[in-house]
Ligand binder design. Structure first.
Ligand SMILES: [Fe+2]
Length: 173
């Protein structure tokens, strides 16, 4: 099997003429992390890949829920509702994972469930929702800009909260 390593998309970058390409890149990155976790017995690889799966998925689903779905839902309300329901199922699995350690049997089982749920969800988006968006009359450039700006502010808010946490940590020493 040829292995082409996919890097995380650089934050805030979307092809201006088609923001679904940025979401597709996220999907490929997430698929690769899931594959890495599920195809190894190496605990170190699991400890690395497990939290990264959760982080990449949460960032991706927050962006879709805050900007992408609201912008495209009028094209097919039933489909975006189904996508949101899928996200809620994913959120619940991630919530459970966050109480366990990567590599534990129960964590492995949750990753297997997550993989099944997410593959079906990503296929729905890639085969039906994204093509619908691409051929719609929506202003894709405006959508790409709004997605970029949401993602940039999400990343800087995270950096700020990490900074505040470490500043508080410093005060304790
Ligand atoms: Fe999604």
């Amino acid at each position: 099997m040829s292995e082409k390593k996919i890097e995380a998309r650089s934050q805030g970058s979307f092809p201006m003429d088609d923001p679904t390409q940025g979401l597709l890149h996220d999907h490929q990155f997430i698929r690769q992390l899931l594959q890495r976790y599920l195809s190894t017995q190496d605990q170190k690889v699991k400890q690395y890949a497990g939290p990264r799966i959760c982080e990449a998925l949460l960032q991706h689903t927050r962006l879709e829920e805050a900007v992408f779905y609201p912008a495209v839902e009028k094209l097919d309300v039933a489909m975006t509702t189904r996508c949101l329901d899928d996200h809620h199922a994913v959120d619940e699995l991630i919530e459970q994972m966050q109480h366990l350690l990567p590599g534990d049997l129960a964590y492995d089982e949750l990753v297997t469930h997550l993989n099944e749920a997410i593959q079906v969800h990503m296929e729905l988006e890639e085969q039906q929702l994204f093509p619908l968006v691409r051929k719609s009359s929506l202003n894709l450039q405006d959508l790409a800009l709004r997605m970029q700006s949401f993602e940039s502010s999400m990343v800087s808010a995270q950096a700020k909260s990490v900074g505040q946490r470490s500043a508080r940590g410093d005060q304790l020493h």
